[in-house]
Design a protein around this ligand. Sequence first.
Ligand code: SF4
Length: 959
Amino acid sequence: MKFAVLDFETTGSQTTDEITQVGLVIIDQFQVVERYTSLVNPGIGIPSSITTLTGITDEMVADAPSLDQVMTEMFPLLFDCVLVGHHIPFDLSFLQRGLVKCGFPRFQGRVLDTIDMLRVLFPSITSLQLGMVAGMFGLDHERPHQADSDAEVTAQIWMICMERLLTMPLLTVQRLHQIFDPEVSDLGWFMEEILAFKESQTAVDMDAHRYFRQFTINVGDWGEGEPVRKDEQLRALDVPFTDFYEDVKRLLQDKFEVYENRDSQEQMIQEVQDSLKAQRHLMIEAGTGTGKSLGYLIPALYYGLKHDKKVIVSTHTINLQEQLRERDIPLLSEIFPVGFRAAVLKGRSHYLCLRKFENKVNMGDYEPGKEDAITAGQMVVWLSETKHGDEEELHFGNKGPQFWHTVASDTDSCLNRQCPWFKKCFYHRARNDANTADMVITNHSMLFTDMKADNRLLPHYKHLVIDEAHHFEEVASKHLGIELRSTAFLHTLQWLYKDSRSGQLPMLRLRLQKFVEEERAAAWCQVIDTLYPKVLMIKEEWERLSEALYQLITAKNDSSQLETGQFVLRMKDETLPDNWTELLATENNIFLNASDILRTLEKMVNQIKEVQDEFEVQGLITDLGGILKELYEHRDALHFFMKMSDPDYVYWMEAGAYSKSKSLLLVSVPTDVSSLLQEHFFETKESIILTSATLSVNRSFQYSADQLGLQIPRNEAEGKLRTVQLPSPFNYREQALVCIPRDFPGIRGPSGETLFVKALVDSLSEVALATKGRMLVLFTSSRMLKQIHPAMKERLQPNGIDVLGQGVDSGNRSKLTRMFQDSKSAVLLGTSSFWEGVDIPGDALSCLAIIRLPFQPPNHPLVEAKCENIKKRNENPFMKFSVPQAVIRFKQGFGRLVRRASDKGIVIIYDTRVIDTHYGKHFLYSLPGPKIEHMYTEQMVPRIREWMGEDGYEKHENI
Ligand code: SF4
């Protein structure tokens, strides 16, 4: 099979645009046999943005061959080839237009896309951008956005894909062939060809892989684990903790030649040990560089193993959970004197239900279009590799999450021991691992899901470590609240009945029809027939109601003023709209119809359940049980929201400004969760360690304690809670300079924002030129980021500095961070998610600019409701809530700068409130001791140069 790998550079992406460069690589027998490349005279001007991107100028193409010449040379090369490209529809459309224009027939051969192939064959790949993929495979991509270089690298990627496909187990390829229909797509045709080739070469090799029910999998039966320690190992714990820790330290030193003792880490280890032993709670603030994870893992393992108690560690982010799983736990497993077992347990919907997935693939139950088939293909390949069956390992396309929802594990559709997959099941494996582990790593969401499930999900525990604890209260609010997403309701209804072919009810009917001679089956078919119109009626009424609710939000919001691209509207009894009674009537109809369906279905499902084996509908009935539960939840969430009868809740609606009623989200959240946290955690657990880099405000833990409902005792030695702020292991005075331009304009007044933006572009550009990029700019407003981005780009790009914007160049934080780190010189403009969790150590980041103090918008419903509550207690909501909340976020932002003891850098605060207001000091006093200076804006660049000195920017002059 011959492949022609094609890439064009063009003047743009419209039909009026022209080709400026062609790159073509011919592959035959897995070898590059020919290359063709040429510039093309487009006959029209090249826009400057394209020149900036590709480096191709009008002058370069002035004497280049015409399209006619190029097509004449290219056409014979394409003969008999399969056309391949990275995002091939783009190149194909230019090729066909070019061929027709020059009097050649259109290309009639097969067409394949490296993007589809990469998605299927490398299911965990995080970016499909050509440069990123090349980087991932270690390929040289000399000149991105030049056709010859792009075609070359695409050809190499294609060969990697081929090799991967050909070395896959035969069963996996057979499954891929089953998923992609050769009659429908060229990808299907290609899978058929590959399968035929592989079948002629190999048989299923039972030794090389594990197979089960015609799938290649990478796990055996769960519960097969070996014991992790001998009883005598436990004797190592029969010594005081300090002696034990000395041993661990020595082992760490043996392992790492450059292992450094860090005072703050040692102090943390001792504090955690003392609190576990004394059965009290501990709030401990540990900044970057402390080595916080080992700071709690070592004493927690010692305590848990010694006293035979299970310890749970909970994180907020997946990143931290993965870091514990991939880095810290394996390290401790290697050196710890006593063997231990640690397991990760996430929420159930993170795990694949193998039974549902098998069913889906066997039935070919996909949405029209290629997306679902690609996701299924991806998952077949992933199954041959995954040990955890965890959704996080997959990188989905747009419709992936929707697909996942139909194959995710859930309680109500689980056959448990009756399931043929039970001993391979990922969820039951994770549960079993957690039950037999000494330490379980989970996340905050899971703690609350467990709490709502009466503690039936996590193993029994009395000792808990909460890392990233500054998010604990917020996650509690979210999980203890009730949300209803418009699309979720629609999906549930469609999953029940979409049309006569798709949906669980038609599928059940089809199955029962085989037994239609049977009286019971005929009766159930009749029942199902009566349900279809009711499901449709609910669907129509829900569409009508969500549209009306969406209209309410848009009527009260001005989209041009939106910060987050989301409309938000708080619903309050006193300000209900005139048509609310009408909307309540619609909701009432939905409630009654849904209740009617639920009653009928539940009765039928229970009857069929008794004889499900006889009718071969076990799986379908179990899945229907799951859908019924969802329908109950949606019905009740909508009812609760519309009635608004609980005064301790705050109710609001959200919607995307551009995606209409389909983006509607109804939220009901308890305003204050502190009493629930008390009841379910702080009063019932023996010891809870709360840790984070940002728990204190102005050296006080009061705000964090208030949020969690904890009392800081006057005399900590006697109380149940101790608070500790650890000293930073960094020398911030030497490592960080905070500059505050004291004459910087504010944004008050009609022209305030315009003046602010202009001054900001000027100042940021000057600083970026001095620092050669290496700058992260943190915004509180995505609208302002988008205003600044083009102006900064215009100023900095001619000087070789890239400007990357969140939501402009990409919405994906990790992708942007990688682009920033890969660039020789770049400025990264980020909003929300960049304020925390981004880790850019070393030279790549030397300057952090904070644009405005990160106050939450005071009109967000939850903030508003919390402030109302504080006011009712005759306290000042601004000082009690808004300022500390902003300080915590400010500290998180500041923490992006110095990640290692060798990092040195500047923080600029573009907000004079930090020095002009009485509350500004809370922000500055909360920082870990950097040098703070305020000055006129014009003095900043010279001061920055001076601060960084010889070992700073100058060494990068030649970057
Ligand atoms: S045991 Fe339950 S969750 Fe696991 S594969 Fe079977 S049905 Fe799905």
